[in-house]
Ligand binder design. Structure first.
Ligand code: GLN
Length: 229
């Protein structure tokens, strides 16, 4: 298949969007995180070979998948119907809700989405956090960022009042930056790996890999490594 990201028949290239700790981030120039270790473990259980990783903005991952630049997306991507029109997802491998981040010790202390009405809000382009601001918050002054890291910087500076972001990532930023979680709300999102819609063989192999990694205890080890105390 000429449109495949990698050339060998069973060789695949993965795409992700660093800046979303602890799922994917850069450390000393290296790409690391839960999704990196997890996908590598999953592919190890299959007949496929992961030959490399490419980095994109989150908002351009699906396009890069469909253009054949990459073969699989591992980027804490929530499975939803809108995306299913453009790609196929594996079985879920992680569950998350959304949180609202504010400046540590700041004056703005929202406790519900209603409290965000009319405020200066930010999220990463193309995310479910962005959709929530657009669909569920009245009159938000919304700014879209290529990466959540830039939104966190604006929050620290006080040029943004709140960010809507996946809870595990909100917790990581709250632990390392001058921001804190105002509240968390349930969305019941589940992350899946993304493949092209016609790539059934790869999707089925990844599903078997996901199950095997859970059964072997490796999933628990990777979780401990990135989320353990
Ligand atoms: N889980 C969220 C989504 O799928 C955020 C993912 C991300 O920013 N990497 O939209």
């Amino acid at each position: 298949n000429q449109s495949d990201g990698a050339t060998g028949e069973n060789e695949i290239i993965a795409g992700t969007a660093p800046g979303f700790p602890p799922f994917e981030m850069k450390e000393g120039g290296d790409l690391v995180g839960f999704d990196i270790d997890h996908l590598e473990a999953v592919v190890d259980e299959t007949d496929y070979e992961l030959t490399g990783w490419k980095e994109f903005e989150f908002g351009s991952l699906i396009q890069s998948l469909n253009s054949g630049e990459i073969d699989v997306i591992a980027a804490a991507m929530t499975i939803n119907d809108e995306r299913k029109e453009k790609l196929a997802f594996t079985d879920p491998y992680y569950s998350a809700n959304q949180s609202v981040l504010v400046q540590t010790g700041g004056d703005f202390e929202p406790s519900s989405l209603d409290d965000l009405a009319g405020r200066d809000l930010g999220a990463q382009s193309g995310t479910t956090g962005e959709s929530i601001i657009e669909d569920e918050v009245d009159d938000a002054n919304y700014r879209s960022f290529e990466n959540y890291v830039y939104a966190v910087q604006e929050l620290e500076r006080g040029t943004l009042e709140a960010i809507v972001i996946d809870q595990p990532v909100a917790e990581t930023f709250a632990a390392n930056r001058d921001v804190e979680i105002a509240f968390t709300f349930e969305t019941g999102e589940k992350y899946g790996l993304g493949v092209r819609q016609d790539d059934d063989g790869l999707r089925e192999a990844l599903n078997e890999g996901i199950a095997a990694v859970e059964e072997s205890g490796e999933y628990e080890e990777i979780t401990q490594e990135w989320f353990g105390e």
